[in-house]
Write a protein that binds this ligand. Structure first.
Ligand code: C2E
Ligand code: CA
Ligand code: CA
Length: 528
């Protein structure tokens, strides 16, 4: 289930990443090409307008010279001058003199396309250049051209006919020719020149993209309509390649993020979370009198109770908690919980003792004794009922200092035990020097007490030393009635082990105590 959810989460992360990368790349690439198109086609429009402007300029200059010289009549020398002007300027088709009513008075050439007064009605004036001049479209059966009219006086007007046929002819780059329409217009809608692909324009420019520009000098505008496919081809459309690359990057990023996001937290983080959620719970194991079987106390042993109810044994987290400096807060949680939950029993039976495991590092922390005193006082429990088990597995470096802490604790009323006795590297003098109340004999010796004379010898030695120094002894890990019998012969006072009960939750322990009555003996079979 959890694995499935993880897979689902990973796939979703990868897909979202690919989607986001592709979408961003698509948008960015779109914006870039759009900007590039606008720039390049804007320049093209400006080149078209520039050429149109120059044609108008020539017409302007030609008419200007005629007006300046006063050659505005249909007399033969005047006509010759009109013809000379037309010859001189390649884009000029004709120059004509027009009457007030729009009718033709005379013209440099007769065969050029004619126009009538209607054409001039929509003429656009050029007030910025010359109030007498205007531009208009000549639209006759024979074709379209651009007219520049110069009003000489009320009765006469000079008109230059500008050819627009060749204006757009070679303006388009080869790649655009097959899919682009160009129109040059005066004002908003009078087309004076246009270019369309030779193939059917409707299909050649089926999805047009429009680009327009207006001349800064004349009321001229140029419109480009480029087919989308042509445009993309022209720009060597990299869209699919960009999408593919972005998708690939997205995939890479997604896989990496999915790994990072769903990576299980490191074990120390898990311990920290468990501490914050108070998931470390005390389990209690009875300690009983070997001679009477009466339960005289218990040892608190930490368990990690996960939210799903699974119980993790200390071997799986105590070493890491020790190595990562989490053992002290963890043990404090065990102490506080145990005292709070066990208080009614502790107050009812003043001889009952509860033991806690303290590693030397925590034990030697300055202020440990004081902190313990206030913790116990806050729980309203007598320090005499609290036993601290100091393991012998880890060597205590400064024995004198440790003995000092033991003395301080004992002065405050606490009991101190040396745990796992017999397994450490320290000799018997060590036990003597520390000045503890109790020796807990390790399970290692208890396991072989019924089979091995050497184990019995060690136990007897520890018991003798303990009794000489006024200490009591507890045998750990007692599993059988035979072991109880052998340990009793050796003179051991108390036992702890599965023979009576394994460590159990506090409520179960209280139930057990209630059932047995704190002072009741063991069942016959187990004592025998
Ligand atoms: P320990 O202090 O030597 O605790 C005795 C261990 O022997 C416990 O293991 C207990 O469950 C186990 N045991 C008791 N009777 C029997 C038996 O008859 N047969 C067998 N096979 N085992 C028995 P547990 O609960 O797994 O604890 C392991 C160690 O974790 C403890 O060893 C102690 O050193 C440490 N520990 C547990 N709780 C704490 C804590 O709150 N603080 C610190 N610093 N250490 C803790
Ligand atoms: Ca212990
Ligand atoms: Ca032990």
């Amino acid at each position: 289930m959890a694995l499935n959810n993880r897979r689902l989460g990973q796939s979703a992360t990868v897909l979202i990443s690919i989607g986001l990368f592709a979408a961003s790349a698509y948008l960015a690439y779109g914006a870039l090409t759009e900007a590039q198109n606008r720039r390049q086609l804007g320049e093209l429009n400006m080149r078209i307008l520039d050429r149109a402007e120059r044609s108008v300029d020539f017409a302007f200059i030609a008419l200007g010279e005629l007006v300046e010289k006063g050659i505005v009549s249909c007399e033969a020398p005047a006509l010759a001058e009109l013809q000379r002007q037309v010859y001189q300027r390649g884009t000029l088709k004709d120059i004509r003199v027009i009457n007030r009513d729009g009718s033709l008075a005379c013209s440099a050439f007769v065969e050029t396309l004619g126009f009538d007064a209607r054409d001039m009605r929509e003429a656009v004036k050029l007030p910025a250049r010359n109030a007498a001049v205007s531009l208009f479209r000549i639209d006759q059966k024979e074709g379209v051209a651009l007219g520049l009219a110069w009003q000489i006086d009320e009765n006469t007007c000079l008109v230059a006919v500008v050819s627009t046929d060749a204006l757009l002819f070679d303006m388009l780059p080869a790649e655009l020719r097959e899919g682009t329409q160009v129109t040059l217009r005066i004002g908003p809608d009078q087309t004076v020149a246009s270019y369309a692909p030779e193939t059917d324009a409707a299909t050649a420019v089926s999805r047009p993209v429009g680009f327009s520009a207006t001349s800064p000098r004349y009321p001229l505008a140029s419109d480009l309509r480029v087919d989308l496919a042509t445009l993309r081809h022209w720009n060597h459309d990299l869209g699919p390649a960009v999408l593919f690359l972005a998708g690939l990057l997205g995939l890479l990023f997604g896989v990496l993020s999915a790994r990072l996001l769903t990576r299980p937290p490191d074990p120390v983080t898990l311990i920290d979370r468990a501490l914050a959620a108070r998931q470390f719970r005390p389990y209690l194991q009875p300690i009983f009198s070997l001679s009477t079987g009466a339960i005289t106390g218990c040892e608190a042993l930490a368990r990690w109770v996960r939210p799903d109810g699974s119980v993790v044994p200390p071997a799986q987290f105590i070493p890491l908690a020790e190595a990562s400096g989490r053992i002290a807060p963890l043990t404090w949680q065990i102490i506080v919980q145990t005292l709070a939950e066990l208080r009614p029993l502790l107050r009812r039976d003043k001889s009952f003792r509860v033991g806690f495991n303290i590693v030397p590092e925590q034990f030697m922390t300055p202020g440990f004794a004081a902190a313990l005193r206030s913790c116990v006082a806050e729980a309203r429990v007598s320090p005499r009922q609290v036993l601290l088990e100091l393991t012998e597995r880890q060597a205590i470096r400064d024995l004198d200092a440790a003995a000092g802490v033991v003395a301080t604790l004992r002065e405050a009323g606490f009991k101190v035990a040396i745990d796992d006795a017999g397994t450490g590297h320290s000799g018997l003098s060590y036990l003597q020097k520390l000045g503890v109340n109790t020796i807990k004999i390790d399970k290692f010796f208890v396991d072989s007490v019924t089979k091995d004379a050497a184990a019995r010898t060690v136990i007897e030695m520890l018991v003798r030393l303990a009794h000489e120094l006024g200490m009591t002894t507890v045998a750990e890990g007692v599993e059988t009635a035979q072991q109880i019998a052998a340990l009793t012969v050796c003179g051991v006072d108390h036992g702890q082990g599965y023979v009576v009960a394994p460590p159990m939750p506090v409520t179960a322990f209280l139930t057990l105590m209630a059932e047995r009555g704190a002072m009741h003996g063991l069942p016959e079979a187990k004592v025998a």
